[in-house]
Design a protein around this ligand. Structure first.
Ligand SMILES: Cc1ncc(COP(=O)(O)O)c(C=O)c1O
Length: 459
């Protein structure tokens, strides 16, 4: 007979701390090649990585190769990939249709800095899929949100930007505030402070970025009533996906759209993470609300560095009337070719049925383990995206995220790595599923997570 689960949260947290140490020691023992590469990399790369989000403590696991749903690190360890390159790899690795599109582009010219028929075809597909009238290209999510904000400022003649507390929109100055503010710097619940995420940002910039809580229409209405004539745009992730997953309350997104219309403010959906992942038409389709502008990157471009933003013609038409939007690589044929193949040939209606089925299998499997073992956690299931958050109740905004238990995540991550499940190394992230994931891949994750919950409860 199995022992009844120990549902005392304090006991679970104590066990988690011990497990984190044991499991991390195993990770380090298995990754001498990553350690050696880190020691070489850190000589010329700050933190030993190409982007600070890729850093690890004491070093990251360096990957060498991927195929299908599998990835291999520099030590030859093989993992099933649920990291998905931070939400990019809905096509999986080495997908034949994407490889074919990239190869074709490489053979016929990877770059001209001249618009090609492929670029035009991709613009048409983006407009069809997301209900946009006009679109422009960029090279990263950061550029897409930066350009959308400039267009909104040009269209309204106003300067200030409203963002949600706890949201990430890339690394340009205007949006690098209140991303993961700590309790000391975040201000009051109703009037969050504008807290910088980085040094090196001119203090003056903070004056133009205003912060409100997500899922709080009265707070937004107050902000717009008081300062609406200074506000160019409201930018938000329609589903917050950088603190686990926080869904919009029913009516919230439509309420925002109505308020923005009333105050002449441009509503920008940052769909960099949810575009094409939580539904074919992203949050716009899933929640049935059309913003004035929307930003896209990640999953749309088959693993290549593409991005786009677009929306209503009357807003986008400031481009060409004095508002600058440009870039040497914008709409590059290699990226456009990968993007077109991804959207038209891979992310078909069948793909979304597949994501819904395997995503629910994964979320339900994890939730069953949570329930059976009394772990203070819950799962969220949103198409190709989903997550376990270590808090029993669902989150409604950033302040709820501060209630999640970092001790549990700190143990869950090395536990997964040691069972050869490759996950994102941060509790703010989610799993990303690909068209190539099978039931067997999903079951591997569920088995690893179930044994984790059982071990915590048995302690
Ligand atoms: C919602 C959101 N917006 C913007 C970005 C920035 O995208 P990029 O890293 O491509 O610049 C990210 C990156 O994770 C994101 O999650």
């Amino acid at each position: 007979m199995s022992t009844p689960p120990n549902t005392d949260t304090e006991a679970i947290l104590v066990r988690a701390k011990a497990l984190a140490e044991e499991e991390m020691a195993r990770v380090l023992a298995d990754t001498p090649g990553s350690k050696a590469l880190y020691e070489r990399a850190v000589v010329h790369l700050p933190l030993g990585v190409g982007s600070s989000f890729q850093a690890g403590d004491p070093y990251p696991i360096y990957l060498e190769r991927g195929d299908g749903t599998q990835v291999w690190d520099v030590d030859g360890n093989q993992f099933t990939d649920f990291h998905g390159g931070f939400g990019v790899n809905l096509v999986g690795h080495n997908h034949p249709k994407v490889v074919e599109a990239i190869t074709r582009a490489a053979r016929t010219g990877t770059h001209f800095a001249v618009t090609t028929p492929t670029t035009v075809a991709l613009a048409e597909e983006l407009c069809r899929r997301f209900g946009l009238e006009k679109v422009r290209f960029a090279n990263s999510g950061t550029e897409a949100t930066m350009d959308a904000i400039r267009v909104a400022r040009a269209a309204t003649g106003r300067t200030n930007v409203v963002k949600m507390e706890g949201s990430y929109h890339g690394h340009h100055d205007t949006v690098m505030f209140s991303v993961v503010p700590n309790a000391d710097s975040m201000g009051g619940r109703d009037q969050p402070a504008t807290a910088p995420m980085s040094t090196g940002i001119p203090a003056d910039v903070a004056r133009h970025t205003l912060v409100v809580p997500f899922n709080d229409l009265p707070a937004m209405e107050r902000m717009l009533s008081e300062q609406g004539d200074t506000i160019a745009c409201v930018i938000l992730e329609p589903v917050m996906m950088n603190i686990g997953i926080v869904e919009p309350a029913p009516g919230y997104l439509q309420g925002l759209r109505d308020l923005c219309d009333r105050f002449g403010v441009v509503l920008i959906f940052d769909e960099v993470k949810c575009g094409a992942s939580i539904a074919a038409g992203g949050a716009i389709e899933r929640y049935g609300v059309q913003p004035h502008l929307a930003c896209f990157a990640k999953a749309l471009f088959g693993g290549t560095p593409g991005a786009a933003f677009g929306g209503e013609a009357q807003v986008m038409d400031v481009i060409g009337k004095g508002c600058a939007q440009q870039g040497t690589f914008n709409g590059n044929p290699l990226v456009a070719s990968a993007g077109l193949a991804t959207l038209v040939d891979v992310l078909t209606p069948d793909a979304y049925e597949h994501f819904a089925r395997i995503g629910t299998r994964l979320a339900q499997g994890c939730q069953a383990a949570i329930d059976a073992n009394g772990i203070p956690a819950h799962t969220v299931d949103l198409g190709a995206k989903g997550c376990v958050s270590f808090r029993p109740e669902r989150l409604t905004n950033y302040r709820d995220f501060l209630d999640t238990k970092p001790e549990l995540f700190a143990a869950a991550f090395p536990w997964a790595i040691n069972r050869r499940v490759f996950m994102t190394p941060g509790d703010e992230e989610q799993w990303t599923l690909s068209v190539q994931h099978t039931d067997a891949d999903i079951d591997r994750y569920v088995e690893a997570f179930t044994s984790f919950c059982e071990t915590l409860a048995a302690g």
